[in-house]
Design a protein. Structure first.
Length: 495
């Protein structure tokens, strides 16, 4: 049976530090980026007019969050789904954070963040039986890199989908946030054979494929070739076609050429029936668009590589890697995550398969100087139970993403779902408003495994990264609530 995974709902750092800070490479001084990040979260939490928060609304994720916030006012015509017309309530700590942002210090009546005993705050919550038989927790002040709390910090545990944090950090580090994945069409010298070449973009959609066909037809008509043989090439990937979890509606077969993640419906996220022939389906759809553009194909499309002398006649580029990372994290998109692992492998000169992805992602993490003892990156998505990471690694990766020395990793933070608003957290933190809009976190769910790793703003306006891992859980909903209370407690909100 399929493993239960996140089922996303509708979308939408400073003082100088030493020790761990030096290991993390965090710079001292007031960090403007932290204020930008906090402002973005505050804008979502207040949601009634303050939606134009600082930070670039330059991707689908940014637009989705803004639309969701506007929808909370009951105007604008978006996401009116019959829920609470007033939207999620702002977190109780909102005034404290706003005061911290405006004065550079926490309000007088806020708990003293530097002297808060996180053991007293977190350990009673970690004793919750809903968290199963094993649990681990780490909290880091992202401005200094200082570990504020750790329990089982270095114990390797199954992370489920929180492993996507590692995958996306490695991909951004290897390729950069502006990288785009190409899908091309190549034509033979005589223009009688065209080959649709997949570069590994799982988000290729019908509009993009139609545009490729139009561009191809234009080039072919110039050479007066109204009829062609059509080939398709998915050789950029190698290794097993299926994820070890097997045929599953949470992930398509591995292919460098696919249309809309191999989905058999019009969905763009969540579980769906998947094709067993992603490349062939994409090629057949391309043939239809060629015909619409006035070019017929001889026989059915067949697999094959383009001749070395062929030339590119049409190209489609995916969204920037930063956008793909955001989508992968917000919606816990398994197909994109696996594609990012393979793109990382290709960039590292490794085979584009599960083994190559594991090696390349691990090498990428090693460059950041973070603890990797006992860590095993078995896949990019977290569906594989052989994945093992530590809470120290996950929280450390998020601290790295908040480090101004690593702006290339920013999309890892901006892609995290917002509590009560977006992605896999849109239906959580809605009954208890303490963390609504202030917590951003990647969720993880497999049978007996629940995890949460992200960031939260405390009452002093500090951005904290955290990772909570639990295994041996028997009641997923109760385990999620227990994890949510842990994250909420870090912000000193309602708990």
């Amino acid at each position: 049976m399929a493993e239960p995974v996140e089922r996303p709902s509708t979308e939408p750092p400073g003082t100088p530090g030493g020790g761990i800070a030096a290991r993390l490479g965090v710079r001292g001084g007031v960090n403007d980026w932290q204020f930008t990040a906090v402002s973005a979260v505050v804008g979502l939490a207040l949601a009634a007019g303050a939606v134009l928060a600082a930070g670039p609304w330059d991707s689908g994720q940014r637009k989705a969050e803004r639309d969701r916030a506007v929808a909370a006012e009951g105007t604008g015509g978006v996401h009116h789904d019959g829920g609470d017309p007033e939207g999620p309530a702002p977190a109780p700590s909102a005034p404290a954070v706003l005061a911290a942002l405006s004065t550079g210090t926490g309000p007088k009546d806020a708990p003293a963040g530097a002297t808060r005993d996180l053991r007293a705050v977190l350990e009673p919550l970690l004793e919750n039986d809903a968290l199963g038989t094993r649990r681990a927790a780490v909290v880091i002040d992202t401005a200094t890199g200082k570990r504020l709390y750790g329990k089982g910090a270095d114990a390797p545990m199954t992370p489920a989908s929180t492993v996507k944090i590692a995958t996306t950090v490695a991909a951004l580090g290897a390729l950069g946030p502006a990288h785009r994945i190409p899908t091309t069409v190549r034509a033979s010298d005589d223009l009688r054979t065209v080959t649709l070449v997949g570069g590994g973009d799982p988000t290729l959609d019908k509009a993009a494929l139609r545009a490729l066909a139009t561009g191809t037809a234009r080039a072919l008509k110039t050479g007066k070739a109204p009829s062609v043989r059509l080939r398709y090439d998915a050789s950029a990937y190698s290794g097993p076609t299926h994820h070890p979890i097997g045929p599953n509606e949470n992930i398509a077969p591995m292919s460098a050429l696919m249309l809309n993640e191999g989905r058999q419906d019009d969905s763009t996220k969540g579980p769906a029936t998947r094709t067993e022939d992603p490349a062939g389906d994409a090629a057949r759809a391309f043939a239809g668009y060629l015909k619409d553009a006035g070019v017929t194909t001889k026989g059915a499309p067949a697999p094959g590589r383009p001749a070395k002398t062929s030339r590119t006649v049409a190209t489609h580029l995916s969204a920037p890697l930063s956008g793909l990372v955001e989508r992968a994290l917000t919606n816990s998109d398994n197909d994109i995550a696996e594609a990012l692992a393979r793109q990382t492998a290709i960039a590292a000169g490794q085979p584009a398969d599960f083994t190559g992805g594991r090696r390349a992602v691990t090498a990428g993490l090693k460059k950041l100087g973070l603890p990797l003892k006992g860590v095993n990156i078995a896949d990019g998505s977290g569906l594989n139970r052989e994945d093992k990471v530590t809470a120290a690694l996950l929280a450390g990766l998020l601290a790295r993403a908040a480090d101004p020395a690593h702006p290339e990793l920013r999309a890892v933070l901006t892609g995290l779902p917002v509590a009560g608003f977006s992605g896999t957290l849109s239906s959580r933190y809605t009954s208890e408003a303490g963390g609504t809009g202030f917590i951003r976190a990647k969720t993880g769910t497999l049978t007996g495994v629940n995890s949460l790793a992200g960031t939260v703003v405390d009452t002093q306006g500090r951005l904290l990264s955290f990772a909570f891992l639990a295994s041996g859980t028997t009641a997923p909903t109760e385990a999620q609530k227990a994890l949510d209370k842990l994250a909420t407690a870090l912000g000193a909100g309602k708990r």
